[in-house]
Design a binder for this molecule. Structure first.
Ligand code: 13P
Length: 241
């Protein structure tokens, strides 16, 4: 059985106070949430400690949005796995397209971060996906195959989540058709040594499309940006039918 993982990626949104306010609105929607799914909030570094304290004993897990590959060192502005573990973090997003696009993240550094996360007992969520141009040139398969090949060198596939996030679908309202996301995710799965790695879809996931997305046989969850910021929207997504 593959695990179902529904994760909110808050990106650079929410102060500590706003994060706790979110919890107040969100928690009481979870009474009916089936046990079959893992629920995860990937918050900015500054909110992780407060969230962790307030979620102790709850079923919601905490994720970070990046991790450095060294445990400590002269790396101004970076955060290590030791620091994340101390805050009760369990998951970490690695290689999000926004980090690749705006912060010079490469497949080589993605690979280092994935391995560091695992060494610290965290579960990395590796993001892969093609740009709109790559898709229209028919390069989707090649781009994703290359990313997986380079990113997953010596990565333990028993402690891994992958998110297929087509870049053209992120924050645009232009969701990838569920059936097409299912096709690409199946292609990703065919390249893994462990077929049970949970593979999420991400890119304009909303309360109105989550049921159709999760009805696809290959899709094991969602990585949700904008719609994870509002408690009732994210609750509806987590409570997909
Ligand atoms: P949106 O859900 O806002 O499109 O963002 C997707 C994403 O980047 C999640 O990591």
């Amino acid at each position: 059985m593959r695990k179902i993982v529904i994760a909110g990626n808050w990106k650079m949104y929410k102060t500590q106070a706003e994060s706790l306010e979110f919890l107040q609105g969100f928690m009481n929607h979870l009474n009916e949430t089936p046990d079959d799914r893992e629920i995860l909030l990937c918050a900015p570094f500054t909110a992780l400690g407060a969230l962790s304290k307030n979620l102790h004993g709850s079923r919601i897990k905490i994720g970070a949005q990046n991790i450095h590959w060294e445990s400590a060192g002269a790396y101004t502005g970076e955060i290590s796995g030791v620091m994340l573990k101390e805050l009760g973090v369990r998951y970490v997003i690695v290689g999000h397209s926004e980090r690749r696009q705006y912060f010079g993240e490469t497949d080589e550094t993605v690979n280092l971060r994935l391995k560091a996360a695992q060494q610290h007992g965290l579960t990395p969520i590796l993001c892969v996906g093609e740009t709109g141009d790559q898709r229209s040139q028919g390069e989707t398969e090649t781009v994703i195959t290359q990313q997986l090949k380079r990113d997953l060198v010596e990565v333990d596939q028993d402690n891994l989540v992958i998110a297929y996030e087509p870049i053209w679908a992120i924050g645009t309202g232009d969701t990838c058709e569920a059936i097409e996301a299912n096709r690409v995710i199946s292609l990703i799965r065919n390249q893994l040594t462990n077929p049970n790695v949970p593979i999420q879809y991400g890119g304009s996931v909303k309360p109105g499309n989550i049921d159709e997305i999760m009805a696809q046989p290959e899709i094991d969850g969602a990585l949700v940006g904008g719609a994870s910021l509002e408690p009732s929207d994210f609750a509806r997504i987590v409570n997909f039918q």
